[in-house]
Design a binder for this molecule. Structure first.
Ligand SMILES: [Zn+2]
Ligand SMILES: [Zn+2]
Length: 273
């Protein structure tokens, strides 16, 4: 299984020279498995360049993709209108959303930003094929993978995922505030013995107190929970917009003192597990 990071920034895009190494695009991860189908985690602004790459790679052959949304905060959906493969009738995408929301709400959430006066193309006019799947807590099988889904503590709710294939597992827990037992238990369950644990690292421990209830965690909380779950590699993700490259460097340096195999994700990074 191979993960490529197209957007690692939290909350809002931050295109500025101080962020050039880690990147300013919001959440989007491409997952490739032994299936020709493409798995996509979140549709932040990083998905635009993923779309360009997929169009080049498939060269007109149909693209079959599965887009999983952790939740519908703007930074996780705002790239969708600029995802080129949606504008090709050969392609087909399945959108997955949480059980607490009905299909119409999801259509509304995404189509809400693809509607007048926000965007000139109405989502209902997209030429690609589309399905909407209601994610229940539990397990589903997509593109030869098994995917576990559990709710996490975040304003308006979010979902974490564990995607497994051929004995390897990748866990994605972005937008989660640690420190609430039911949610921490779900994170640990999803991350147990994971080969790659991608996790919310919005704050430094010093910043945490001023941001209780905002729905995010410090890198230290996230590393600690990764250690408790025996994750092999911990990937810091969803950086605070105010954290420039040098701040993330420092975060990584500190995190490595707690766990030998922590990485700070950056746009373009590929991890094979
Ligand atoms: Zn977010
Ligand atoms: Zn959020």
């Amino acid at each position: 299984m191979r993960a490529r990071f197209w957007g690692v920034r939290g909350s809002t895009p931050t295109p500025q020279k101080e962020n050039i190494r880690y990147g300013g695009n919001t959440s989007c991860i491409e997952l490739r498995t032994d299936s020709p189908e493409v798995l996509i985690l979140d549709g932040g602004t990083g998905i635009r360049l993923l779309g360009k790459k997929l169009e080049e790679e498939f060269g007109g052959r149909p693209i079959r993709g599965h887009i999983f949304f952790s939740h519908f905060h703007l930074d996780h959906i705002q790239g969708i209108p600029f995802f080129g493969p949606l504008y090709n009738s050969n392609n087909h995408f399945t959108f997955y959303f949480s059980e607490r929301q009905d299909a119409q709400l999801v259509v509304d959430a995404i189509s809400g930003i693809m509607a007048s006066p926000y965007f000139p193309v109405d989502m209902s006019n997209l030429p690609c094929g589309r399905d909407y799947v209601n994610l229940a807590e539990g397990r589903l099988n997509v593109a030869n993978t098994s995917i576990d889904v559990l709710p996490l503590n975040h304003p308006q709710g979010s979902f974490g995922f564990r995607i497994a294939q051929n004995g390897k597992a990748l866990t994605y827990c972005t937008d989660v505030e640690m420190g609430v037992e039911w949610s921490d238990a779900n994170v640990r369950k999803l991350a147990q013995d994971a080969d790659l644990f991608i996790v919310d690292s919005q704050y430094t421990p010093e910043e945490l107190d001023a941001h209780r209830g905002w729905g995010h965690s410090s890198w230290k909380q996230s590393v600690n929970i990764g250690i408790a779950a025996n994750a092999a590699q911990i990937a810091l993700f969803h950086y605070n917009p105010s954290h420039e490259d040098t701040a993330i460097d420092e975060m990584l340096e500190n995190a490595k003192k707690d766990h030998p195999n922590v990485i700070a994700t950056w746009e373009g990074l590929e991890v094979t597990i």
